[in-house]
Write a protein that binds this ligand. Structure first.
Ligand code: GLA
Length: 360
């Protein structure tokens, strides 16, 4: 869980913005909820010095000092590079300097590297053999630094990366092309992940890209769906908005502790489809504590009803009394009767946590 500069700032990111974002992650209360990484994406690179060391450009006068500052807030810092000669935005990449760059990142105190294929596609083939090899090269280099550095593979889900990403040392791997801050993009990416959900496991995650919550292109229901869906997928929660001026709505979505607990559930079981009723798609996932979380998603443009039969949710012994909580309304849901119908707004969701009631 953390924050990344790209979705909101693209090339308009600099040292001062990163520092104030770290401040905001703490001041907003996000860090207490588990958001810890402050990740600098593309456009920080300045080229190489005479010894071939990768250096930052003038937006980032002193990376080590910046890392120290982020660490002083109790947070961790991430950076970005490419296995190609140039990054996607045309800045210096790590091709031919993999070991040297890994050592530079470790010396600065970097805790996370996003390694983005970009121009490596002009050198290597987009086959598993080539891509696994180039990601292994940086994975080995990071390992040899002896600094724990989260390794984030970004090659847009080519060559079934979910089958081999972990072998290269990858802790997460992008499974799709870039997300955009609109419903169509988020819906397509989010619901497109179900078939590969079982490839995610502790420490090695499918990454359906960073969050757009708070960036303005979707409404509150759509952003709740974004947060709920990513959490049902156990996806990395990397905020991509400006943390320094969040509306109450944005905070209530990014900082919903009940939904975050779904995302971070230590059992990390894969999400499953419970039913499809017209535009309503109902997903469920079993939690470590034995409870079941159900997401009743409305992918349609009009309000619609979604029904769950409690008997479909295999929980405890038949006939046991259930307790149900709505994780967005933060209130109990009646379990009278053998089924429950939610009226879900267009592009919205109802998230329910179902557990066996205590006592009789
Ligand atoms: C690619 C990645 C994005 C971002 C940009 C930066 O498009 O997929 O997430 O890192 O490059 O140039």
């Amino acid at each position: 869980m953390g924050w990344n500069s790209w979705n909101k700032f693209a090339s308009r990111i600099d040292d001062a913005a990163v520092r104030t974002m770290a401040d905001a992650m703490v001041a907003s209360g996000m860090s207490k909820l588990g958001y810890v990484y402050i990740n600098i994406d593309d456009t920080w690179e300045g080229g190489r010095d005479a010894a071939g060391n990768l250096i930052p450009n003038k937006k980032f006068p002193d990376m080590k000092a910046l890392a120290d500052y982020v660490h002083s807030k109790g947070l961790k810092i991430g950076i970005y590079s490419s296995p190609g000669p140039k990054t996607c935005a045309g800045y210096e990449g790590s091709f031919g300097h993999e070991v040297q760059d890994a050592n530079t990142f470790a010396a600065w105190g970097i805790d996370y590297l996003k390694y983005d294929l970009c121009t490596a596609m002009t050198i290597y083939q987009s086959t598993q053999e080539d891509e696994q090899g180039l990601y292994q090269k940086m994975g080995d280099a990071l390992q040899k630094t002896n600094r724990p550095i989260i390794y984030s593979l970004c090659q847009y889900g080519q060559a079934d990366v979910w089958k081999w990403g972990a072998k290269t040392g990858g802790n997460l791997w992008r499974t799709t092309g870039d997300i955009r801050d609109d419903w169509a993009s988020m819906d397509r990416i989010g619901f497109g992940q179900l078939a590969i959900a079982s490839f995610a496991r502790i420490g090695h995650w499918n990454d359906p890209d960073m969050l757009e919550i708070g960036n303005g292109g979707m409404n509150t229901d759509e952003y709740r769906t974004h947060m709920s869906l990513w959490s049902m997928l156990s996806a990395p929660l990397i905020a991509g908005n400006d943390l320094r001026n969040m509306t109450d709505d944005t905070k209530s979505i990014l900082m919903n502790a009940d939904i975050i607990a779904v995302d971070q559930d230590p059992a990390a079981k894969p999400v499953q489809v419970l039913s499809e009723q017209g535009k309503i798609e109902t997903l469920w996932r079993q939690m470590k504590d034995g409870a079941v979380v159900i997401g009743i998603f409305n992918r349609g443009d009009a309000a619609a009803n979604g029904t769950v039969a409690w008997s479909d949710v295999k929980l405890g012994d038949a006939g046991q009394k259930l307790q149900v909580r709505d994780l967005w309304k933060h209130q109990a849901v009646s379990t009278v009767g053998d089924r429950y119908t939610a009226t879900v707004p267009p592009h919205g969701v109802e998230m329910l946590k179902v557990s066996v009631a205590e006592g009789k």
